[in-house]
Structures are given as structure tokens and as C-alpha cells.
Design a protein. Structure first.
Length: 123
């Protein structure tokens, strides 16, 4: 057993975001953030309902207020799974809410690690 590591396992440096409060995971991009940075949505009558005040009863899903995260969550069918409901859910109300909440720094293009888009060979 020469390859076995001994002693405590070091903690990840990535860890939760700095600050106080509950940490939630965005269903679109799967990154963790403070709950105050995310929009809570609930399912009601086959539609997604934005819950910015976090007062609606029932299971909720958390989402960054960015179009890219909403698109990603819909593409992955994350809402029915996270909310434990059958069938597709309408997202028109959430799209409207994101349009009103979107910050000016929101960018529709998610840059890579170097901040550049991936180069594609045209041949």
C-alpha cells in the first residue's frame, strides 16, 4: 500500500463563495453562489414562476439571472428534474424577470479560461 495517502485530505481552495448566507447551486451553469445572487423559481400549473422574494411554497430551483444560464438549464432539462415535476415547463415569466433583473455586466458569450473564444480551423 505504498500509493495510499496518509493524513488528512487538504480542503479544496475553490470552496464556497466568500460572504455569509446560504449557498445554492445554479441549475444552468452548476456553479455555487450565495442565494442572494440567484433567482429562485418554482413550478406552478406547468409554468416556471420567478420567486425573487423567496416566499412561494414548495420546492424551488435556483438560477443566475442571466439568459445563458436559463438557456443552458432548458437545454439540459434541469427544471423538471430539480423541481421534481413531470413534463416540460413554460419559462416565459422567468425570461421576462431575467430581462428586468439582468445586470449590465451580463454577457451572452461566456469566455473561456483565457478570456478568448475558441479558435476553429476553417478547413
Amino acid at each position: 500500500m505504498a500509493g495510499r495517502r496518509r493524513g488528512p485530505v487538504p480542503a479544496r481552495r475553490e470552496g464556497p463563495p466568500q460572504g455569509h448566507g446560504p449557498i445554492r447551486t445554479c441549475v444552468g451553469c452548476r456553479t455555487r453562489a450565495l442565494a442572494e445572487e440567484l433567482l429562485r423559481v418554482v413550478a406552478e400549473d406547468g409554468n416556471l414562476i420567478p420567486d425573487p422574494r423567496r416566499r412561494h411554497a414548495g420546492r424551488g430551483a435556483w438560477l443566475h439571472p442571466a439568459k445563458a444560464c436559463l438557456d443552458s438549464a432548458e437545454k439540459k432539462r434541469a427544471f423538471p428534474r430539480a423541481l421534481r415535476v413531470a413534463g416540460p415547463l413554460g419559462s416565459d415569466l422567468v425570461r421576462d424577470q431575467i430581462g428586468h433583473v439582468a445586470r449590465p455586466t451580463d454577457d451572452p458569450v461566456v469566455p473561456g479560461p483565457a478570456g478568448h473564444r475558441k479558435q476553429v480551423d476553417p478547413s
